[in-house]
Structure formats: C-alpha cells, structure tokens
Design a protein around this ligand. Structure first.
Ligand SMILES: Nc1ncnc2c1ncn2[C@@H]1O[C@H](COP(=O)(O)OP(=O)(O)OP(=O)(O)O)[C@@H](O)[C@H]1O
Length: 745
C-alpha cells in the first residue's frame, strides 16, 4: 500500500487578496475566493452527502506555470480539500478510518507537510473551540471512544491503555516536550535503531486515561514547543513536533501494542520573504535542511536507489518514510496565493513523489500471555532433530507377536516398513505407544524414559537370548544418551556463541553510539556551516549580496582555513559597499534630502574634525561623529545615507580598511574641501567644468552667518565622507571612485 497523500488548501488570510489566488482545486473556480478566515467560523454543519461529493470530485490541484501563465501544472492526490472543508470533515474523511487499524495492531503515521504559514499546525493541533479542534485532539477522542467500546463489548475482559510521548526536533536535536526546557541538555536525546524502528532514548511516556487528561498534558507540552513570530507567520513552529500515541490492548490471551504518530512538521521558509534575524536564520537553515533531506529521501525511494539518506537528518530518521510499517497519511498544506507560487510548486512535487512510496501494511506482532510455553531448547530449534522411529511402526523382519486369543482381530495390519520422522515431538511420552508385548521387566523403567527409542525389539521374541536383548537395548540406550550428550554440548556451545554475539553486538552498539556522538558534535558544526553556505549560495543566486555576505560570514568560523571562502567574503564586501553607494547616489530622496538638510546644518571644517579626532573627542571609523555638538549632523548624515551608515557601522560587513577613512580618502576630501579648481580639475575623471561646478555646489551649501546675533561667522560647508561627496550635484559614485583611485595616498 502506498502513502496516502491529501492536499488541503487554506482560506485566504485577512492580509491576502482574492485577486492573488492562483490555486485551483477539483473542478472549482480559483480556490476560496469567497472564503476568508473571518468567515471560516460561519461554515458549520456540512452533511455526509457533501463530504462524499467532496471525495468524489477530481482530486487535482492546478497551479499556473510561473514562466508561462497560460499553462497550468496539475497534480493528482488521494484527496483534495479546499478552504470550505472543516476540521471535522477532514478528520472524518482521512483520519477517523485509521483509528480502527490502530486498535487492530497497526502503526499509523499522520504528518502535515508544507511551506510556513500554510496551516499545518492548524490542521494538526487546531484551535481551542470544539469546531476548530485539529486532527490530534480528534484522534485521541476517537481512540478513547473506540477503546471504551472494545472494553464494553468484551465485558471487561479486554483492557485498553493509552500512553503519550511528545517531542520536538529543534535544530536537529530531539527534546522531550513533556519536560520543561530547563531540563534540556545541549545534545538533546539520542536516537537508536530498535528492531527496524527508530526510537528516542530517555523519552518520557505519560499514561493518559481520558481526553481531558490528554488536553491538559498536550496544552502544557505545547508551551514548551519552540515557536516564534516570523514575517510570514505570527506563530511559526520552529521545530518538528512528534506526538506518539501508544495503545496497549490487553485481552485474556494476548497483548497488542501499536502506535499512532501525529507529526506537525515545521514549514520550509523562503528567507527572501521571512526577514529572519540570526537566530531565526539558524532555525530556518535547520528546518530547510531537514525538509531538503526528506525530499531527497522521497526522490531516492522513487528512483529505487540503493542508498536512502534517512540518516542525514533526525526528522527523516524518525519519519522513516517507506520503511515504517502500517498506514501513512501525508497532509500537504497549501496556501492559495501567488506569493507562495514557487514554494507551492516545490511542495506539490515532493508530495506527488511521496504518493508513489509503498509502505508495508504489517500489523505488530501480539505478545501471547499464559503459562510459559515449553521453549525449544536454546539453539536446538534450528538444529535438525535426529531421526526418530514412529512408535507405531514395526519391523517387518521381526517375527509377529503371538496373538492374544481374546484380542479382537480388527487390529490394523502390520506395516511392512519402518517410518522415521525428523520432526520434533513435543509430547513424546504421551504420544508414545508402547508395544503391548513383550514386557521387558529389566528395562521397562529405563525404556519409559527413552521415548525415542526405536522399537527394534523383536515382538514376542521372549525365547530369544536375554543377553542379546539386553545388549540391543543397552546399545540403543547408549546411542540415545550419546546423542543427547552431543545435543546438550551443542546447545551449550550455541548458547555461549549467542552470548558472545550479544556481547559483540553490545560492544558494536556502544562503539556506534560513541562514534555517533563524536560525529554528531563535529557533524553538527559542519552541517551548520554547510547550511549557511547553502543559504549564502541561494541568496547570491537571487542577487541578494548583503544576505549572501552575512551567510558566508556566519559560515566562516566553521571553515577557518578556507581561502576560497575568505575570497568570496572579500569580493562580496566590495560589491555590497559599492552597491550601497550607488543606491544612495541614485536615490532621488537621498540626494535631494541630503542637499536640503545639509544646508540647514552648521558646517564644520575638516581641520576641526581632525583636531577632534586627535583629542579623542569622537571615535568613528566610518567618518561619522560622536561628540555632543556633532550629534545632529551625524544623525542627519545617517538619514542622508542610511543604508551606507548601516553597513559601515556593521563590523561584520566593514573591514578595518574602510575606504571612507583611509589616507587616500582623507587626501581626496582635503582636495575637494580646498575648493581649489586648479587642483580639483586634476583629479581623475574630473575636468575643469566639473571642478567649477563642484566648487559652486560647495559654495551654495555654505551656511550664511547669523547676522542678527553675530554669533557665528559664515561657515564653509565641508565634505566629510565619500558618501557625502557622491551626493553632490554632478558627482556620482563612479566619479567618486575614479577620483579616489587617481589620488596617491
Ligand atoms: N483551514 C484553515 N482554516 C482557518 N484558518 C487557517 C486554516 N489553515 C491555516 N489557517 C490560519 O493560517 C495561519 C497559519 O497557519 P499555521 O500556523 O497553522 O501555519 P503553519 O503551516 O503551521 O506554519 P509554520 O510552518 O510557520 O508553523 C494561522 O493564523 C491559522 O489559523
């Protein structure tokens, strides 16, 4: 049976517009244009008929090709539910049928997959009202209801117990959600392989007897889950959450255990849109990486590849898609709007491939109760039994025993052959039908302990030599004993071999754990570095140089001696820097704003500033000012070239050789501030005309003297940074760069 994949399209959020809806489901018009979250509560009762109709229509999701709007991609699933479908309807159609299987001993896995903000948590956990409750509380409710029925039907002979475990995978580490966050260790809980299943070691398991108790436990545990506000979702899950519902059914003769796993995966994030900070970025990198590994696993299974990369992420190891037995339902959550288009297509692709994954629908083995069964002797089970003669057989070569005249003649004819069996005989003594005659008093006791003894005794041959009889019996007995001794010896050696194997396995397991821990440590760091690199590449591919630079810088500590990485960082820094200048120069607001406001402010000479620098009145390697009297000007400059200042002030972006304060820059600024046309015109890229215009511009910006009070003499406007220079009339970033390069430091 393959994984059941159903798609659920969420309604429009209040911030989204009907116009932006691009997804179509079934034979409907563009999805949900009429349904908004505000009206979601109004849609209450829907009949079974309607639900059946929902199931019957074509289960296709259609989305336009982003490169050619006229063309549509269509994806078929096992079920498609649009925004009008209520929590109850989705549950009834997709999850309720699995409860029966769960209580029949099958494991069930239900997981929600999709981009951030598409409704996974809403689907799995849901809201607080009865109608809004999601899959998980409804599942528990169904389990309790069915358990009660089983107990009632069996008149109390069968008992059903439910126990819960709940954990999250946050930054590829597993944490118990039933434990408060303070109790967490850095490494999280380790995973182990146990009989083909991945288990979390040290996870707490809470017996839970009622729905009410479940709600308390679940709500409390959810407060321990890592969630945060991102730009795309005010309550974004920053981890994958796995709820395990273990059901133990104890009937008079057996115990059956099965588990339902309800998984709310974290959503993939496009960090162009999230505007995540560093912490969110780290989370996001981990989420995206695990989802990427999941997609790789799905692809590898589809392509029937030998190696499925389950172990590359804890989430995929736990989910074990295609390796887990039982039933698996994937709920693909989708947002109907254009801003999600690329992410939606990629989710649809993954889900489409998941649909083809086959899972074995195997029920868990029950454990039988009752008195201990006679276990086969250790290690003998696999050993071929020595041939044993069936006791009913007789040897045709032996003379027939004299018949008792009283005996009826309806006895079966004597078989003309001996029948031997190599099957173990579970109850040999009772099955053994001793020959009626002759009775050998001397050996009778011994013989009764030797059930497997072949009856080679000539029937009714009492006249034969007693000596020969005894010796034959003795020989048989000796053979029997010898065989048993050999068997016992073998059993012992098998046992010790087994214990050696167990010991070896334990040692191997320990070694594996140690290795895993070691690898986890180094791999974690490496993986983190790699995910930064991956994100940096993605940003760079999209032309987001500053984000790419930031990611490369975050990756750098993980690859300390990587010259290529260092080179990339340097190149990007350079590029980011010049881009910012360009932006400032090109921005009409920035240019005009700076020209206007600069005029209003008192000016200061470069000489004065340098003096202040020497006195240590301000510390500013970006060309800004920090002395009290300079504050307004400094603030103004920041406004005028906000982006530049932001980048210049960011120590991670700006290296110590900031060109704005290098000797070359200072020299260039002093030439400009000298207002000497003959000198300025000699600068690279500046002719006489440009030099004159530049000086005119500087004069225009001079502050007139405060004639009323006579407090200040006319002060000359001085250019204090390259950014400022690039904003002057007729001067652009390129000109400034040319001027600077032409100046000898
Ligand atoms: N079917 C729905 N009906 C009503 N509201 C919905 C539905 N699906 C999603 N929403 C709303 O959409 C918003 C985002 O949903 P949710 O938090 O469940 O997304 P998510 O996929 O879990 O996101 P993340 O991956 O970031 O955790 C929430 O405000 C939620 O209430």
């Amino acid at each position: 049976m393959s994984v059941r994949v159903v798609a659920r399209v969420r309604p429009l959020l209040k911030s989204e517009r009907d116009l932006d809806v691009i997804l179509r489901t079934g034979s409907s018009a563009p999805t949900d244009s009429k349904s908004r979250l505000s009206s979601a509560g109004d849609k209450t009762e829907k009949t079974d008929k309607k639900l059946a109709a929902l199931r019957d229509r074509d289960n296709v999701v259609r989305i336009p090709n982003p490169k050619n709007e006229g063309e549509e991609y269509a994806f078929q699933f096992n079920g498609v539910y649009d925004a009008q479908v209520s929590q109850q309807e989705l549950f009834d159609a997709e999850v309720a049928p699995t409860i029966k299987h769960l209580l029949n001993g099958f494991d069930v896995t239900i997981f929600a997959y999709g981009v951030t903000g598409t409704g996974k948590t809403h689907t799995m956990r849901g809201g607080k009202t009865l109608a809004d409750r999601g899959v998980i509380p409804r599942l528990l409710s169904g389990v309790y209801r069915r358990s009660k029925k089983i107990e009632k039907d069996s008149e109390g002979e069968t008992n059903v117990q439910v126990a819960l475990s709940y954990y999250e995978i946050y930054n590829d580490k597993v944490y118990d959600l039933f434990e408060p966050p303070e109790k967490r260790t850095m490494a999280g809980l380790p995973l182990r392989d146990n009989g083909g299943k991945t288990v979390v070691c040290g996870l707490s398991e809470k017996p839970c007897t009622s729905l009410k108790e479940f709600e308390q436990l679940y709500d409390q545990a959810n407060t321990n889950r890592s969630t945060s506000a991102t730009k795309l979702n005010a309550h974004s899950s920053r981890s994958h959450a796995v709820l395990g519902v273990k059901v133990t059914i104890t009937s008079p003769d057996k115990v059956r255990v099965s588990t339902a796993s309800a998984i709310d995966l974290a959503g993939s994030e496009d960090n162009r849109r999230t505007e995540n900070d560093k912490e969110r970025m780290v989370e996001s990198a981990s989420i995206n990486k695990s989802l990427f590994v999941l997609a790789q696993c799905v692809e590898a299974i589809n392509k029937k590849q030998h190696r499925i990369p389950y172990r590359e992420s804890k989430m995929t190891r736990i989910l074990s898609l295609g390796q887990n037995n039982g039933l698996t339902v994937m709920i693909l959550n989708l947002a109907p709007v254009r801003s999600y288009q690329l992410d939606t297509i990629s989710s649809l692709n993954v889900a489409n491939r998941t649909r083809k994954i086959e899972v074995r629908e195997v029920e868990n083995d029950p454990m039988f109760k009752g008195p201990a069964r006679p276990a086969p002797r250790p290690s003998v089970a696999g050993v071929r039994q020595p041939l044993r003669a069936l006791t009913a057989s007789v040897n045709v070569n032996m003379p027939a025993p004299p018949k008792d005249p009283a005996e009826k003649d309806d006895s079966k004819p004597v078989k003309a052959f001996s029948v031997y069996s190599d099957k173990p005989q579970p109850k040999p003594t009772s099955q053994l039908r001793k020959p009626d005659a002759p009775k050998r008093t001397s050996m009778s006791n011994t013989a009764s302990h030797l059930p497997t003894k072949a009856t080679r005794q000539p029937l009714g041959a009492q006249s034969a030599s007693h000596q020969a009889d005894i010796s034959a019996a003795k020989i048989e007995e000796m053979v029997e004993r010898k065989v048993e001794a050999i068997m016992a010896q073998r059993a012992v050696s098998e046992q010790s071999k087994q214990s050696q194997i167990n010991e070896l396995n334990e040692q191997l397991q320990k070694r594996l754990e140690q290795l895993e821990q070691r690898i986890d440590g180094t791999e974690d760091a490496r993986a983190e570095g790699l995910s930064y690199l991956l994100m940096a590449k993605q940003h760079q591919a999209r032309g987001e140089d500053s984000s790419a630079l930031r990611m490369y810088q975050l990756a750098a500590p993980h690859f300390p001696h990587n010259t290529k990485l260092a080179g990339k960082i340097a190149t990007l820094k350079e590029r980011v820097h010049s881009k910012v200048w360009e932006q400032n120069a090109l921005s009409p607001k920035g240019r005009l704003g700076s020209m206007l406001s600069l005029k209003k402010e008192p000016s200061h000479t470069l000489g004065k500033r340098q003096a202040q620098d020497v006195d240590g009145d301000y510390v500013d390697r970006t060309g800004g000012f920090s002395s009290d009297e300079e504050v307004p000007r400094h603030q103004h400059k920041k406004r005028a070239s906000a982006k530049l200042a932001q980048i210049e002030e960011d120590p991670e972006v700006l290296d110590s050789e900031d060109p704005s304060v290098s000797p070359r820059t200072l020299h260039l600024l002093s030439i400009i501030n000298s207002r000497d046309v003959s000198q300025i015109k000699l600068l690279k890229g500046v002719g006489a005309k440009k030099a004159e215009a530049l000086v005119d511009c500087l004069c225009e910006m001079d502050q007139p003297s405060d004639t009323d009070s006579g407090a200040f003499p006319e002060s000359q406007y001085q250019v204090s940074s390259l950014a400022e220079l690039s904003q002057l009339k007729g001067v652009g970033v390129k000109t400034v760069e040319n001027m600077r390069q032409g100046v000898l430091a």
